[in-house]
Design a protein around this ligand. Sequence first.
Ligand code: COA
Length: 129
Amino acid sequence: MAIENRVCEHPWNKQAFVDSFDNAAIDIQLILLDEKIAGYLLSLRSVEFVDVLNICIDSKFQRQGLARQLLNKLVASRQSDTVSAILLEVRKSNIIALNFYLKYGFQLIDTRKKYYSNLEDAKILRLQI
Ligand SMILES: CC(C)(COP(=O)(O)OP(=O)(O)OC[C@H]1O[C@@H](n2cnc3c(N)ncnc32)[C@H](O)[C@@H]1OP(=O)(O)O)[C@@H](O)C(=O)NCCC(=O)NCCS
């Protein structure tokens, strides 16, 4: 929660994490540095797709390739099953995350108008794997 609150402009609340831990379809990847959590990725498995629900790297560890590493692992772990794409939505205003995903190879496939509770649009991105 500390990293989430420090780094995310619209952080998940505690209940959202608790619900994720209880959901067997949600995978959680952690990056540990010196036995401390430096970042994490939560993803939801379905038959054909994986949805990235949350990805976050603590500020002092950003721009070191850690988020790229998390996505690499996700892609590698899914390439052997029936999953054909990774999907995610990102706030229109989150330019850093948008750049990160586009640089990784995601493609913008849609915009959902007023998707978030503050009526901000969501950009829908897809990576074929
Ligand atoms: C988006 C986020 C996960 C990226 O994590 P990261 O570990 O810093 O990203 P990486 O170091 O793997 O970056 C890979 C590439 O993404 C792009 N990128 C990442 N951060 C960037 C920034 N601040 N400005 C511009 N480009 C950036 C760059 O192209 C970078 O490659 P380069 O460093 O070789 O130029 C991180 O900024 C974060 O936790 N943000 C807050 C939470 C958030 O918004 N999550 C996404 C919600 S949808």
